[in-house]
Design a protein around this ligand. Structure first.
Ligand SMILES: O=c1ccn([C@H]2C[C@H](O)[C@@H](COP(=O)(O)OP(=O)(O)OP(=O)(O)O)O2)c(=O)[nH]1
Ligand SMILES: [Mg+2]
Length: 150
């Protein structure tokens, strides 16, 4: 089952994002420009597309694990949030955590876009919250790593 999402090509020579395999969660986003990311460097890269998501949906810009594992290149703000009301060009903010310069060529698949349903909350201010087994414990309260043992 798929849903239709209206997409505008701002760079008509670039292929439209697509899913590499049936069952894939993310459609690969392509770089519309070439950039070199120096070690520690980052860049906001155009993808050449704009989309109109229906109300109640969000686009999430996730990293590609291959780029992360091979080059140390990932999405700075992962996962990036594409609001349903956004009509601008989708851009991907990549960072090179690797030791070597990383070349991104126009047409490279640099990230993946997940389309998900999303709830919006009405925040109701109260004096107390209901009790739970976890309570306020967080940030390593359950242990499981030597660094958390102190
Ligand atoms: O990876 C991303 C993340 C965001 N956006 C676009 C779509 C999104 O709707 C808009 C704003 O994103 P966000 O709310 O995360 O950024 P902000 O810094 O809060 O900007 P704003 O003040 O415009 O909301 O930027 C992208 O193209 N790529
Ligand atoms: Mg915002």
């Amino acid at each position: 089952m798929t849903m239709e999402v209206r997409l505008m090509r701002l760079d008509p020579e670039l292929p439209v994002p697509s899913y590499a395999h049936p069952g894939d969660a993310g459609a690969d986003l392509l770089a519309a420009e070439s950039v070199e990311l120096l070690p520690g460097g980052r860049a906001l890269i155009r993808t050449g597309i704009a989309i109109a998501l229906p109300d109640g949906y969000v686009g999430l810009v996730h990293p590609r694990s291959g780029l992360a594992a091979r080059l140390g290149v990932t999405v700075v703000n992962a996962p990036g949030t594409v609001d349903s009301g956004y009509r601008g060009e989708i851009k991907v903010c990549l960072i090179n955590h690797g030791q070597e310069p990383a070349k991104i060529e126009r047409g490279d698949r640099i990230a993946q876009l997940l389309v998900q349903r999303v709830e919006r909350a009405t925040f109701v201010v109260v004096a107390d919250l209901d009790g739970t087994a976890r309570g306020a414990g967080g940030h390593g309260s359950t242990g499981g790593h030597a660094a958390l043992a102190e």
